[in-house]
Design a protein around this ligand. Structure first.
Ligand code: PEP
Ligand code: MN
Length: 360
């Protein structure tokens, strides 16, 4: 896969003046709903209409999609607006029906990408196709599983491929519905710079107010496009109501986003610098989070020591940590002096935390 230079041919052929925008409802609900949204999107930067026809739900009892009937609505929307269409396929039967209804882009959902058996079934059903296939990241943060799915399609002679970053589920609830874990798509980009990468801010956010920021980060990281859940009446959508926005809001978002074009020496320099800076920001954020988690554990140790009447400073343990970190530092091209300075500071902060806990 590494040597193929044509992975982004399908995107280049579209000759878009901006990153590709795929938009539309989480689920197709009625014919009127699909057509109304399509016509509203026609007035935005969106060139592809998305709609879920079969909805994978984590728990039963929620709306599970209208089924094949909805494919006719997508077809009609395409005829009336000229938008391309996209839907999720989760088995060979879905593929068969989607192809019969002339769907342009098929995407593989996050709950499907985790299963190599089903991915293979879909890849076999699509053997040799010219359709565009986009593969969402698996629900769990596993780059190999994501790439494995891409490779299965690639080996099935599906040439028009891309991936969608929709975040990763976590047990602890955070500000996101699905944690972005930006480092994973960044690693993927480093490995396969030609593979088009699209952000799905809706399923990462799970809410409306942070969709813009997520989109801006993605553009700063040189993503190729966005897939945004869009509905004329988000509050009353049959699925994922909290995270959908109106076509009008989407339009405003694309106006406000700083889209950095890749031309001219100075612009190119600024783009590259900006991408690198965004990567640094992602890592800095992780550093702070890790340090915060480390201090929370220090608090727990403080409480434990307090209960058992043990002194805070344990010199032997501290020297062991330092020795290990200096070695690990060396492996990562970090000088001994730097490691010593950092870990002394971390150790001091830990002691401060433990003192606080023990004095309370
Ligand atoms: C969707 O796009 O509506 C969807 C179900 O997404 P995901 O597979 O990312 O959960
Ligand atoms: Mn959805």
């Amino acid at each position: 896969m590494e040597n193929n230079k044509n992975l982004r041919n399908w995107l280049n052929k579209m000759e878009l003046a901006h990153p590709i925008v795929i938009a539309g409802p989480c689920s197709a609900e009625t014919e009127e709903q699909v057509l109304k949204i399509a016509h509203q999107l026609k007035e935005t930067d969106a060139t592809v209409l998305r709609a879920g026809i079969w909805k994978p739900r984590t728990r039963p009892g929620n709306f599970e999609g209208v089924g094949a009937l909805g494919l006719k609505w997508l077809q009609k929307a395409k005829q009336e607006t000229g938008l391309m269409t996209a839907t999720e396929v989760a088995n060979a039967n879905h593929v068969d029906l989607a192809l019969k209804h002339d769907v342009d882009i098929l995407w593989v959902g996050a709950r499907t990408t985790v299963s190599p058996f089903i991915v293979q079934e879909i890849a076999d059903a699509l053997k040799g196709t010219d359709k565009i296939v986009l593969i969402k990241n698996p629900v769990n943060p596993d780059l190999a599983l994501w790439l494995g799915a891409v490779e299965r399609f690639y080996e099935s002679d599906v040439k028009n491929l891309g991936v969608i970053h929709r975040g990763f589920s976590t047990y602890e609830k955070t500000r996101y519905r699905n944690n972005p874990e930006w480092q994973i798509p960044i690693d993927l980009q480093n490995k396969f710079p030609d593979l088009p990468l699209i952000l799905d801010p809706s399923h990462i956010a799970g809410r409306r107010d942070i969709i813009f920021d997520l989109c801006q980060t993605a553009l700063d990281l040189n993503y190729d496009g966005l897939m945004v859940e869009t509905h004329f009446d988000p509050d009353n959508a049959w699925s994922d109501a909290e995270q959908q926005i109106t076509p009008k809001t989407l339009d405003q978002i694309t106006v406000d986003l700083k889209i950095r074009k890749q031309e001219g020496d100075e612009v190119e320099f600024k783009n590259k610098l900006n991408t690198l800076r965004t990567k640094i920001d992602v890592l800095d954020h992780q550093l702070i989070e890790s340090l915060g988690k480390r201090m929370k554990i220090a608090d727990d140790i403080g409480m434990l020591k307090n209960k058992n009447n043990v002194a805070i400073l344990q010199t032997k343990r501290w020297n062991e940590i330092l020795g290990k970190m200096i070695l690990e530092g060396e492996e990562n091209k970090l000088s001994e002096e730097f490691i010593l300075r950092i870990f002394k500071a971390i150790h001091q902060e830990s002691i401060n935390h433990q003192k606080k806990v023990m004095n309370n």
